[in-house]
Design a protein around this ligand. Structure first.
Ligand code: 7TS
Length: 411
């Protein structure tokens, strides 16, 4: 717990992109679940790196390569501290959450999943935490099973979980925070229940990292993935945490440069983790930028950010529920900074298009949650998602805009 309350309006000044008008209105950026904006320290770190230190990592013996390698490995250490991993070797740099999950599905899944095994997911997963497992199931003959969600408030239905975690289940993969419902799942409890039965766990932290404290030891997970671009970092970089013991037992994901110990024409050997899983030139500049972003967030305090997100979501839900015919999705309390809704029978895309004309950036669609949409009985929702640089005044603009949209469509 960090002690000083952050000065939110001073922090907002760190984001040059937010100071612009869109279609003649001040930008109100409420699409943070898709990607976050970047503070000046991250932009400057990238600029500085490319101007002064750019060189490939782990290869050259010259000064620039040394600097780049030191900065890249320091970013790994920062990520380890951020997630409270036991050591930097448990941190693999990926392109993002999606690649992290695919890495586990290929390397761990390919070795450990057999015909007749079950991979347990939940009904609120993003496509990135469904499709890699479907592909693995097709390759191996394993089955998929889903923890259901409750109809009205979008919580996991945990009453039957212990029955679902039967002895065919080898892996339980679930999201920490739903990108559509804003549900915060009890990840430590889910991991504990799986671990008691020897089941490996993967947490999709795409919507939780940088929004609330994420401590892999406290959560007790085997794997956890998140994306740099959603946590004030650059695009094209992400982190996969893996418990060392599991990483050591896994074959490589991709083959190529930098992941080998030795190669001859017919046989190769691998480096130790994490390098075994980082084939080819990594996006080292982005990793360095991500390290700066993680330090920036840690200085604010992810506990403070969680409270700020929740306050904005509560304010939005409170005001939105006064609009006639508005349908809110997800839990009524304990919400993360993600609010999905539908305005009577106005299509979500129409809501988002008209909001954009007022400078309000929302997202409308299935949010890469098509099975969840089917379960909810809708095609799409409109979604506002918050970060620490958003303000209560912006929530008020959102609600006023939605009121006008209702009038506009005569709903
Ligand atoms: N998992 C969850 C829960 C997500 O919300 C997302 C991205 C991903 C995985 C994939 O992350 P990526 O960085 O590898 O693409 N979610 C969203 C969203 O809600 N709108 O745009 C992207």
């Amino acid at each position: 717990m960090t002690h000083h309350l952050p000065d939110w309006s001073a922090l907002r000044e760190d984001f040059p992109i937010l100071r612009q008008k869109v279609h003649g209105h001040p930008l109100v950026y409420l699409d943070n679940a898709a990607t976050s904006q970047k503070p000046r320290v991250v932009l400057e770190a990238l600029d500085r790196f490319y101007r002064h230190d750019n060189s490939n990592v782990h290869r050259g013996i010259h000064e620039l390569s040394r600097r780049a390698t030191v900065a890249f490995e320091a970013a790994r250490e920062r990520a380890a501290v951020f997630l409270h991993a036991r050591e930097p070797a448990e941190i693999i740099f990926t392109r993002g959450t999606t690649e992290g999950i695919n890495l586990v599905a290929h390397a761990w899944g390919g070795k450990n999943i057999r015909s007749g095994d079950t991979i347990l997911l939940t009904e609120m997963e993003h496509h990135s935490n469904i499709v890699p497992w479907q592909l693995l199931a097709e390759r191996t003959g394993a089955k998929l099973a889903y923890v259901p969600i409750t109809g009205n408030d979008g919580l996991l239905e945990l009453g039957g979980l212990d029955n679902l975690l039967d002895n065919t289940v080898k892996l339980f993969a679930f999201t920490h925070v739903s990108n559509t419902l804003g549900t915060v799942n009890p990840v430590a409890d889910l991991c504990a229940r799986a671990r008691r039965r020897g089941i490996v766990t993967l947490v999709d932290a795409a919507q939780s990292a940088g929004h609330r404290p994420v401590d892999v030891q406290e959560i007790g997970c085997d794997f956890l993935a998140f994306s740099g671009h959603k946590v004030c970092g650059p695009t094209g970089i992400g982190v996969l945490y893996g418990r060392r013991e599991l990483l050591e037992g896994m074959p490589p994901f991709q083959g190529g440069g930098d992941m080998i110990s030795s190669v001859d024409y017919f046989h190769s050997t691998w480096k130790e983790p994490p390098h075994k899983f980082e084939a080819g030139t990594p996006d080292f500049a982005a990793a360095i930028g991500l390290g700066v972003a993680l330090d920036y967030l840690a200085a604010i305090g992810c506990d403070h950010i969680a409270r700020h997100d929740a306050e904005l979501a509560a304010r939005a839900m409170d005001q939105l529920s006064s609009l006639p015919g508005l349908r809110l999705f997800g839990p009524r309390t304990g919400h993360a900074g993600v609010v999905s809704f539908l305005l009577q029978d106005i299509h979500a895309h129409d809501v988002v298009t008209v909001a954009d004309q007022r400078g309000v950036a929302l997202r409308g669609g299935h949010h890469c949650n098509q099975p969840l949409m089917k379960k909810l009985g809708v095609e799409s929702t409109a979604r506002a998602s918050f970060y620490f640089y958003n303000t209560a005044a912006e929530v008020d603009v959102l609600c006023e805009t939605l009121r006008e949209i209702q009038k506009f469509f005569g709903a």
